[in-house]
Design a protein around this ligand. Structure first.
Ligand SMILES: Cc1cc2nc3c(=O)[nH]c(=O)nc-3n(C[C@H](O)[C@H](O)[C@H](O)COP(=O)(O)OP(=O)(O)OC[C@H]3O[C@@H](n4cnc5c(N)ncnc54)[C@H](O)[C@@H]3O)c2cc1C
Length: 446
């Protein structure tokens, strides 16, 4: 398969994983690429909305992935496609995330107190914890790869992160690791804490170290044009079949046949970026594939956008309640003032954790946000613009499958039946690692 730019490649899924694979192939000279996308748009979990203000300005806001953690590959794409950071209210100065704010003196003081305010007597415990953590970072260094293959410590790393931190006796930084990382990995939902295995904690630490987040210093910089714009611009290079209704995929020694109501087409290779579970019913899956891709779990959530008067107009507001009372859903995890739309009226985007589902879910979430804004700021939400449900957020494998070496076994599958796997399931949820994984896949196999 390697260095055969004449090959015809089909990619399933026009999210960051699939489009990054397409772009990586294009960079290597491959020209016969078709991307099949089930939805009517590209971007996957990256979705940008727009709002026209009464005075005719257009404001973009993100309803899916918003904060691009950086990676060399992702940064190169932003540069190549002419995108910028910062927008709206946040345009000219990097505004700080509530918990780590560098803007307001009192919050800065809290930040210092939180991180460095430990009594001197605790310094030995801090030093011991840092040394221990550094050792584990070295021991698990293979987890730093965007993929997970070749890792031999699954048993230890699939235990619950809280149990692991307690058992390893992290006396000082343990609570901070849990507070900062577990909350991020569970969408600030404490009830899900037990679902977080240690390997995800390490992936998150490595993601921070290897691909420093743009907001590591507490700043928040969304893409000015909207995050989806990147993937729209990338997709313009390819034949993308939107609303693709794939009714069958048949793989033989000679080719991969993709069947849709419009007919069937043959390819030399197939890259699956939509998650195997999303196509399992339509593909001639092998027993090994079926076994490996069972036990995929998601942590669904909602994002929304609304206009309010009297609310905060700076910073990114994380709601501490969502860190401490995740067992009382629903609640808004954060709200971002995106832009002023009229005198005294601000457009916010927000995220909900611990979401109810089914009929009435949206109304429940909106009522909760309205109550929160009223109680916290005396503010009034005057209009809801949009609510977006994300069923595929936070994809992970069942820890038992991980203990059984699912990532190594999927790596061994790469290329079998002319099929390759990429996407969030393999790379850890996030744009940067997904993009890096897809580039790595293309580098290794094409
Ligand atoms: C609310 C939210 C906030 C997030 N915030 C961030 C953030 O701030 N920073 C960050 O780095 N990441 C964030 N993420 C995660 C990030 O968006 C995902 O990691 C990324 O989108 C994964 O890319 P992917 O291509 O693997 O999958 P997806 O984006 O899910 O794309 C998969 C695509 O496959 C398509 N598909 C499914 N089934 C089929 C089929 N049978 N045939 C054809 N196509 C199919 C889907 O329609 C979809 O377009 C967030 C995600 C959500 C939902």
């Amino acid at each position: 398969m390697k260095n055969r730019p004449d090959q015809r490649i089909a990619i399933l899924g026009a999210g960051p994983g699939g489009l990054a694979a397409a772009e990586a192939l294009r960079e290597k000279g491959y020209r016969h690429i078709v991307v099949y996308e089930r939805a009517g748009r590209v971007g996957g979990q990256v979705l940008t909305g727009s709002y026209t203000t009464p005075d005719g300005r257009s404001i973009v806001y993100d309803l899916g992935s918003v904060q691009p953690t950086s990676s060399r590959k992702l940064d190169a794409l932003f540069a190549r496609y002419g995108l910028h950071f910062g927008r709206g209210i946040l345009q000219d100065q990097p505004k700080a995330i509530y918990a780590y704010s560098y803007i307001h003196a009192s919050e800065f003081a809290n930040f210092l107190k939180y991180y460095f305010g430990a009594p001197l007597i605790k310094l030995p415990a801090i030093a011991a914890d840092v040394a221990k953590l550094s050792w584990y970072l070295w021991r698990y260094r293979r987890l730093a790869r965007p993929g997970f293959h070749g890792f031999r410590h699954w048993d230890e790393t699939t235990v619950n992160v809280r149990e692991w931190v307690d058992a390893r006796g992290f006396r000082f930084i343990g609570e901070r690791l849990l507070a900062m990382l577990v909350s991020a990995l569970t969408l600030n939902n404490k009830t899900r804490e037990k679902e977080v295995p240690v390997y995800l904690l390490f992936k998150a630490l490595y993601a921070t170290l290897v691909f420093p987040m743009r907001y590591i210093d507490g700043t928040y910089r969304p893409v000015r044009e909207g995050m989806q714009e990147l993937w729209k611009r990338v997709a313009a290079n390819f034949e993308v079949v939107l609303n693709a209704d794939i009714t069958g995929i048949r793989r033989t020694a000679e080719s991969v046949e993709i069947v849709t109501p419009a007919g069937s087409r043959h390819f030399d290779a197939l890259i699956l970026s939509c998650g195997f579970d999303k196509i399992a019913a339509r593909i001639d899956a092998t027993e090994e594939e079926r076994v490996l891709f069972t036990g995929v779990g998601y942590r669904p959530g909602y994002r929304g956008a609304f206009i309010a008067s009297g609310g905060p107009v700076d910073g990114v507001h994380w709601y501490p309640d969502s860190f401490t009372s995740g067992d009382a859903p629903p609640h808004m995890a954060f709200a971002v003032p995106e832009a002023q739309v009229a005198q005294g009226h601000t457009l916010y985007s927000c995220m909900f954790a611990a979401c109810p589902t089914g009929a009435g879910a949206v109304a429940t979430l909106q009522a909760s946000a309205e109550r929160m804004f009223r109680e916290q700021y005396g503010a009034r939400i005057t209009e809801w613009l949009r609510m977006q449900y994300w069923p595929d957020f936070g994809a992970t494998f069942d820890p038992a499958l991980v203990r059984g070496g699912v990532f190594d076994r999927i790596d061994a599958l790469q290329g079998k039946s002319r099929t390759y796997h990429t996407g969030q399931l393999l790379s850890l949820t996030g744009n940067a690692l997904g993009v890096e994984f897809s580039y790595d896949l293309v580098e290794r196999f094409f």
